[in-house]
Design a protein around this ligand. Structure first.
Ligand SMILES: [Zn+2]
Ligand SMILES: [Zn+2]
Length: 366
């Protein structure tokens, strides 16, 4: 099969012909229809997030079940499916509590070693040398995925476009539901209107948020966020964003600020634009050990809750995300503005790195 392989930090994604993988017990082989183009892959390509190389990136996929491994009863051959980047092991102490977002096995074996849960990758080159798997290694024609991460694709949604549900939309959903706990009429600021931020706008709207203030430095991204439900926009290259949010909220600040960039200045801005008793949810991943300076007394005296949110609780949340998509409460196709073929995968990430992608780009295998 064809796969996009990253061999070195700073290198290009090169299409290679590698053996088609096979699922083991508890796993499913998916013929990949499409894979979303996400900033986290780019962090690995640039060496900002450490990961074993050579590897196959790509971690939000849609596709069709090609083969079901032993002991899998939850899906069948031919089913259209969506898979998330967090592949819950189902048995660690966090998974048992339903905290799939903190799955220890996923972090220890997949994110640190690039393997599935028997400690081995399913991917290799023809010479037998191992290729690490970032999540399922979705930038390929086929991917092996633990059955716990294989969900029926929503009806009425293009199977190609449904790939973004597994990271961009699910991350937005986890932040809005579990951490921000957005209630009807809450005012919300979304800092960074990119692939995840634009979906935060949609999910916040689906949860009944009142004001939804999208903040970015590009007017085209802000216009796209407005089309998805933002009630206000702030171009932070032209206006001081904290003052602009205060103006828009009668000097109070927002009930919830969701930061989707992972940058020190935007984390601080999100904190400063949140009203007393409000919640700041950070979902942007930052390179290495980047820090942000938070005013301690403001945090304490104003009772602000500052928290992180990583993906979501896959086995409970992803079915809810799929239902929202099936009901049309979130639009899966509208955020997708660029479509690439697998051969163009490197080009897709180069465009993402230049900040050019409005919403989400995807790579189609078919
Ligand atoms: Zn992602
Ligand atoms: Zn687990």
């Amino acid at each position: 099969m064809k796969a996009a392989v990253l061999s070195e930090v700073g290198g290009r994604l090169v299409i290679e012909d590698i053996p088609q993988p096979r699922p083991k017990a508890g796993e499913v082989l998916v013929k990949v229809t499409a894979c979303g183009v996400c900033h986290t892959d780019l962090h690995v390509m640039k060496g900002e997030v450490k990961f074993p190389l050579p590897c196959v990136l790509g971690h939000e996929i849609s596709g069709v079940v090609e083969e079901v491994g032993p002991e899998v009863q939850t899906t069948r051959t031919g089913q259209n499916v969506v898979c998330s980047f967090i592949m819950p092991c189902g048995v660690c102490s966090y998974c048992v509590q339903g905290r799939d977002d903190l799955c220890e096995t996923f972090f220890a074996l997949n994110r640190l070693q690039g393997t599935l849960y028997d400690g081995e990758s399913r991917l290799s080159r023809s010479d037998g040398s191992t290729l690490a798997m970032y999540s399922m290694g979705g930038l390929a024609e086929y991917a092996v995925v633990p059955a716990s991460d294989v969900f029926p694709a929503p009806a009425n949604v293009s199977l190609t476009d449904a790939c973004i549900l597994g990271c961009a939309m699910m991350t937005a959903y986890g932040a809005v539901k579990n951490q921000a706990r957005i209630q009807p009429s809450d005012s919300v600021a979304v800092v960074g209107a990119g692939g995840v931020g634009s979906n935060v706008v949609q999910v916040a709207k689906a949860f009944g948020a009142g004001q939804i203030i999208a903040i970015d430095v590009r007017d085209d991204k802000l216009a796209a966020a407005q089309a998805l439900g933002a009630t206000h926009t702030v171009n932070a290259s032209q206006e001081e964003p904290v003052a602009a949010v205060n103006n828009a909220t009668n000097g109070q600040g927002v009930a919830v600020a969701i930061e989707a960039l992972g940058r020190p200045e935007t984390v601080v801005n999100a904190f400063m634009m949140t009203r007393d008793g409000g919640r700041v949810v950070v979902i942007g991943i930052a390179p290495g050990t980047t820090t942000a300076g938070i005013e301690i007394t403001r945090l304490v005296r104003r009772g602000i809750q500052l928290m992180g949110s990583y993906g979501s609780r896959v086995r409970t949340d992803l079915p809810e995300v799929l239902a929202l998509a099936a009901q049309g409460q979130v639009n899966v196709s509208q955020p997708i503005t660029r479509r690439y073929r697998l051969e163009q995968a490197d080009e897709a990430y180069a465009a993402l790195n230049r900040g050019e992608i409005i919403g989400r780009a995807i790579v189609s295998m078919v």
